[in-house]
Design a protein. Structure first.
Length: 53
């Protein structure tokens, strides 16, 4: 009984890992507050340059 249980456990563990890789999250990648501020500043600069031309 122990041998069958061990084989089943390893099989189930491998199956769970495969499923976890298949089902990735749709959540966006986290961007830190500082990075968001830098992106916003860069975006503002680009808009200012476009308005000047």
């Amino acid at each position: 009984m122990n041998r069958k249980k061990k084989i089943n456990q390893t099989f189930i563990k491998k199956q769970k890992k495969k499923n976890a890789k298949l089902h990735t999250s749709n959540k966006e990648k986290y961007i830190s507050k500082a990075d968001r501020a830098a992106l916003e500043a860069n975006k503002d600069q680009q808009q200012d340059q476009e308005e000047d031309h």
